[in-house]
Design a protein around this ligand. Structure first.
Ligand code: PRP
Length: 175
């Protein structure tokens, strides 16, 4: 592993507490009886989504979009590639897009445009992490877990070369 270091940025306890809070708030905003179609953006959001849908509770459908934009490096290329599309239509549904991180905003911008065309009843976004420093395109995000500084983070779904997704906390990676 050479000189690589991992420094805890958001602890497991802090993550779990914030996810519970987000879940409660989302359920409250949509209403007890609302059916919510949660769309997880793979791969990064899978850990967050697993915890979040349980915190939201009630009627929730789970769908997934496969997206790749970093291609294994530590910087965004701006190229958004759909690797897996939704398996069901979202027309007329309350759609909640779930991301692990919004960085340049390019991925989110692309996905929002793509999903709006499919005419959901509503379309909102929740991201665990928001890194506003690198924003290249403005995107409206209704729910943010944590706003973080411009550092490369891994864990709780976020990877570096496919590793570290299984860390239960968010850490800053220093090469
Ligand atoms: C990450 C993350 C977002 C995107 C955000 O995905 O999950 O989808 O980058 O970056 P942006 O705001 O600069 O567009 P990544 O391509 O690393 O794929 P992964 O989720 O499979 O790890």
């Amino acid at each position: 592993m050479g000189q690589e270091t991992l420094r805890v940025l958001i602890s497991e306890d802090a993550l779990q507490a914030r996810v519970r809070e987000l879940g409660r708030k989302i359920r409250e905003d949509y209403g007890e009886d609302a059916s919510i179609t949660c769309v997880g953006v793979l791969k990064g959001s899978f850990v967050f989504m697993a915890d979040l849908v349980r915190a939201i509770g009630g009627n929730v459908r789970c769908e997934f979009l496969g997206v790749s934009s970093y291609h294994g490096g530590t910087r965004s290329t701006g190229v958004v590639k759909i690797t897996h599309d939704l398996q069901k239509p979202i027309e007329g549904q309350h759609c909640l897009l779930i991301e692990d991180i919004v960085d340049t905003g390019l991925t989110m911008d692309y996905l929002l445009k793509m999903l709006k065309v499919r005419e959901p009843e509503s379309l909102k976004v929740v991201t665990l992490l928001d890194k506003p420093t690198n924003r290249e395109v403005g995107v409206e995000v209704q729910y943010v877990g944590f706003t973080i500084p411009d550092e490369f983070v891994v864990g709780y779904g976020l990877d570096l070369g496919e590793l570290y997704r299984n860390l239960p906390y968010i850490a800053v990676y220093t090469p």
